[in-house]
Design a protein. Structure first.
Length: 461
């Protein structure tokens, strides 16, 4: 255990599970050395224990702080303009009010009226989705560490936008982001809502950050870090690549534990590397035509499959496929689950291909398990993550499809072809990728070393 001067670090997250989960895992790691307060919308503070994402007894070194922002739902609507017009301003106002109210160590004369957050804050760690809320942190000159929950390429996106670039209405665009070229040029039009409420405000404060913390491995990010540091004001901003930040395996609640055991037993009865696992995460709502097409692919596929599908979308699954789901029958070919034990599935020897929306958390879990990925991005930066996987020969991408308005329907034949090609051509690449990730997490690995450097850096600033 490192011997460092303990500081009080305030973590602030937007109420979106794809951001909360990795930031909370980072908070757990940091809390072994520093006092941690984790602030997020009050509604989510109440929801986290119910989802088994936070346990105050286990996470005793972390104090949850509810932000009274009036947000009543997780920020999970893909390509939903109402999020940018209504919900995000509420989130950012709540964050700004909190930051302007907290006691801070570099301003001992400030008198805070907060009763539940009394120890002065020495620094803030927040993710790069903080938007206009970031300005309050730099105004008060609080040491700020920006957390990139995905690859550095998204930070490059933030640093490359500008106020005069071409923009459009979110309703008229495909909802996907792109990585600009080495000169920072974009080919696609950027949604105006995204540019002005999120990207430009974060770009403004990036050069003032004490550091950028990256949920990835330095060997995979060196070129993008070089690009970022070439931007004005970024040369002296340190980047700490400490990923992949993977959730620790915890004992599931009784109901989920039963499902997990049954799924594990079902997997035990399948041939090595034969199972196809399909999951688009907890956010995406799949339309009827696409659900029927995926169902058709599963029925035609000569491999067993597990499909994690929201209960509201299962109404579109043909009855014969629904009835084929039987966790108690080892000879059954398919499991359709409303909740799937993803880590158990991905780490099992019978698991062959992961069909994923390529949220960064799922992407890292799949790659850490050494499973090739069929990337099927649905919105936002997921296509950036999927292309990242393809660039490293760990999978391929179903392109120009997603959950946005007017997205094309991917037919069963294309789905099956992609699964077969990825399993044939990318299995070895996925294994090689996994080896790099695990090497980085060893005690003498790059991510472990950079995390130790980060902890010391926080203590010294």
């Amino acid at each position: 255990m490192m011997n460092v001067q303990e500081k009080h670090i305030l973590f602030i997250s937007v109420p979106a599970y794809g951001h909360v989960i990795p930031l909370l895992e980072l908070a757990r790691k940091v809390s072994k050395f520093h006092q941690v307060t984790f602030a997020v919308s009050a509604k989510m503070v109440g929801d986290l224990p119910e989802r088994e994402l936070f346990d105050e007894k286990v996470d005793s070194r972390i104090t949850m702080y509810p932000i009274a922002d009036g947000v009543e739902t997780a920020m999970e609507g893909p390509a939903n303009k109402d999020i940018f017009k209504k919900v995000m301003p509420m989130i950012f106002r709540g964050i700004m009010k909190l930051v302007h109210s907290i006691p801070i160590s570099n301003d001992p004369s400030f008198v805070s009226e907060l009763k539940d957050l009394t120890r002065p804050v020495d620094g803030i760690i927040t993710d790069n989705f903080i938007g206009t809320g970031a300005g309050a942190m730099t105004q008060r000159k609080i040491p700020l560490y920006l957390f990139s929950s995905g690859p550095v390429s998204f930070t490059w996106v933030i640093l490359s936008v500008h106020a005069e670039m071409a923009t459009g209405n979110m309703d008229d665009l495909d909802g996907f982001m792109e990585v600009p070229d080495e000169e920072g040029n974009f080919k696609k039009t950027v949604p105006a809502e995204l540019l002005h409420s999120l990207l430009l405000p974060v770009q403004k404060i990036l050069p003032q950050c004490h550091a950028v913390i990256v949920n990835s491995v330095c060997d995979l990010e060196s070129e993008m870090i070089r690009r970022c540091k070439s931007k004005p004001g970024m040369q002296n901003v340190p980047f700490f690549c400490i990923g992949p930040i993977l959730p620790e395996t915890k004992k599931a609640a009784a109901a989920n534990a039963t499902i997990e055991q049954k799924v594990s037993t079902w997997l035990d009865g399948k041939d090595p590397e034969s199972v196809v696992y399909i999951s688009f995460g907890s956010v995406v709502k799949t339309n009827q035509a696409q659900v029927e097409a995926i169902a058709g692919a599963i029925k035609q596929l000569d491999q067993p499959a597990i499909w994690s599908l929201k209960a509201s979308d299962q109404q579109y699954v043909p009855e014969d496929l629904k009835s084929a789901t039987n966790m108690d029958d080892p000879s059954s070919k398919v499991l359709i689950l409303t909740w799937a034990p993803q880590k158990t599935i991905l780490s099992h020897g019978s698991m062959g291909v992961f069909v994923s929306h390529c949220g960064w958390n799922s992407t890292m879990e799949g790659l850490a398990a050494g499973k090739p990925i069929v990337g099927w991005p649905q919105f936002a930066d997921q296509n950036i993550n999927a292309e990242f996987v393809a660039e490293h020969n760990a999978g391929d991408v179903i392109r120009n499809a997603g959950s946005h308005k007017g997205a094309r329907m991917v037919p069963p034949k294309e789905i099956i072809s992609m699964i077969k090609n990825v399993q044939k051509n990318n299995t070895e690449g996925a294994r090689t990728f996994a080896q790099k990730l695990h090497a980085a997490l060893q005690p003498d690995g790059s991510s472990s070393k950079q995390f130790a450097e980060l902890v010391s850096y926080i203590a010294s600033t």
